[in-house]
Design a protein around this ligand. Sequence first.
Ligand code: 9MR
Length: 469
Amino acid sequence: MRTSRSTTTTRTFRAPGIPLRKRIAALLTGAVSVAALVGAGATTAHAADTPLRDLAAAQGKVIGTAVTGSKLTGAYGDIAGAQFSSLTPGNAMKWGTVEPTQGSFNWSEADQIVAFAQAHHQQVRGHTLVWHNQNPNWLTNGSWTPAQLSSLLQNHITTEVTRYKGKIAAWDVVNEAFNEDGTYRPTLWYDNLGADYIANALTWAHAADPAAKLYINDYNVEGVNAKSTALYNLVKSLKQRGVPIDGVGLQAHLILGQVPATLQQNIQRFADLGVDVAITELDVRMQLPATAASLTQQKADFKSVVGACAAVTRCVNVTVWGFTDSDSWVPSTFPGYGAATPYDENYNPKPAYYGIAEALGGGTSTPPPPPGGACTATYSVSSQWNDGFTGQVRIACSGASLSSWKVSWSYGAGQRITQAWNAVCTQSGAVVTCQNASYNGTVPDGGAVTFGFNASWSGSNPVPTVTLG
Ligand code: 9MR
């Protein structure tokens, strides 16, 4: 039962995602969720409604996200297009994806992402040409002489960079070349070709697209440390040798509360070498479940990373590695950790979103808690097709908490629930009642629980008023 006060208020959700004018236009063409429009119409405009890409542009910066091509429709596509001015294919341009069998290419996801970016006036960061991971088996299992390997690498770089010539703002040419102690990582490339595989890769990429900015990218190089100093020394020597190197990518896969204190200083020292800097893969992972305190800390972490970039003229781009928790590499790689991105898995902006916005000069607009504290239920439609739709209800508490919950609503136009998840739902006539599943009855102060459902509709699909309690 309830452990403290709750209200039966229905609150439409605030979804910085799609500017209102675009939401209305998209709704007229049936391309956006009803809930997004209702949310926009029901809340007053506030500063965070300015998309991140506009805030970034006003600072002379680019804000990006890694994306998965197959997801670029519906709410995911709407937010990716509206909020970000740069896209990085999360996996689509890696060698293992584009040439799974030697000589047989699959560019479909990469092409799709580039086309989406062009349609949305976005840059593309190409990722990545030379790496020790996600290479095709034919390459890693083959037995090659150094000369053969060098020629395979040159062909790969030339083929891929040429294909997207003029369409890629920046390439992560070489990825993760160093060990933590600053020595070179032993890889297929280093072991067989020596350290000059890096200079050669940059030279070949430059020959294929002289206009693209060429980066070296790595993780755990955000602060001043042995690894970032090795990278610094490499970039310095490449510059001295006249090798085409334009930028350094600091991935920034961070742990909650652990933004390096020397981040800005480190960005500045690279900039002082005469190269650009980008934060290329920002995320901040935390132990699950997220709490109000951890989400607040995460906001501060995002804000300080974006703020460090904003403070250095040559820091040109901050890219998050997935903008929604539903599209993040973290939970599968670090069991028990997640919630690493600025939007939750239902595309609601988290405090981290507002941390980014604030660092880019946007106002603080985290929705204020209701006076006295309350739990509220918010109904939204995330996608709709000719006779069905997917919806969700989010139960959020602020200044209150729940140990079990039940929500109900009455459908006004004959809609019928066909399936529900993360809740037990029944429908009797028009009235739908949903209560928590065995595992998600607890809604802590500052936390939220969301459940989803599919339903049928015909004629119209008005949003019902939801009662909590
Ligand atoms: O996000 C990528 C994930 O989907 C892949 O499974 C993973 C495989 O290694 O690579 C992830 O992206 C990585 C990026 O390409 C390079 N830096 C580390 C990223 C997270 O692993």
